[in-house]
Ligand binder design. Structure first.
Ligand SMILES: Nc1nc2c(ncn2[C@@H]2O[C@H](COP(=O)(O)OP(=O)(O)OP(=O)(O)O)[C@@H](O)[C@H]2O)c(=O)[nH]1
Ligand SMILES: [Mg+2]
Length: 188
């Protein structure tokens, strides 16, 4: 069972955790949908992008906590909001000792943009273990998937074997992803 714990915008209101998995990605890529597909309907899925504004924490069976963060690259934010968002994320990543894994969600239909690359570079620089999920695979044919995996792999300069190709809509690879996350969190 998954349970919502709290929303927070600064480190004083983070809940206790020893192991945490954080989901990041561009606005509207399906972070909240993926949390729901993996663990049960609990995260808010917006019809319009930019709905998740705070860090949302969940507890999964006391196995680990989950953090759903606002998406980056949402065009309709003011300069002030972009700065606040950056500060909130920086504070989270630099202080949250419990982070065991960052699930980076990408839209399989799009080549990663500068926002994605900045995020990934930041995670690598800070030695945060990451897992790349290519979501919305239901939108493409198998041939298109093969092509996109190649393009995305080239752009990220990553072994494409490390990608998890999934769909929140069809359920493709959701169970595999859940197993993989657990293994990574426990280092097995
Ligand atoms: N076809 C398809 N649609 C999806 C999939 N995953 C998410 N969506 C849709 O994409 C939209 C955005 O989903 P969210 O889960 O709210 O995305 P998010 O990344 O949490 O968005 P923000 O919180 O605004 O950053 C919704 O309309 C979802 O129904 C998928 O695998 N396939
Ligand atoms: Mg969301």
């Amino acid at each position: 069972m998954i349970k919502f714990i709290t929303s927070a915008n600064n480190l004083n209101s983070y809940p206790d955790s020893e192991k945490e998995v954080v989901f990041v990605g561009r606005s509207n890529v399906g972070k909240s949908s993926l949390i729901n597909a993996l663990y049960g309907e609990v995260a808010y899925v917006g019809k319009t992008p930019g709905k998740t504004k705070l860090l949302n924490f969940f507890n999964y069976d006391d196995i680990y906590t989950i953090c759903d963060v606002p998406g980056y690259g949402y065009a309709k934010l003011s300069d002030r909001q972009i700065i606040e968002f950056g500060e909130m994320m920086e504070e989270y990543f630099t202080n949250r000792k419990a982070i065991k894994l960052c699930v980076v969600i990408l839209d399989i239909r799009r080549v990663p943009n500068d926002d994605d690359l900045d995020m990934i570079e930041y995670l690598n620089y800070n030695h945060i273990d990451s897992l790349y999920v290519l979501n919305k695979a239901d939108k493409l044919s198998n041939n298109q998937i093969t092509n996109q995996v190649k393009l995305i792999g080239e752009k990220l300069n990553t072994d494409t074997k490390e990608f998890v190709i999934c769909s929140c809509l069809s359920g493709k690879n959701i169970d595999n992803l859940k197993d993989l996350i657990k293994k990574k969190v426990y280092g097995i």
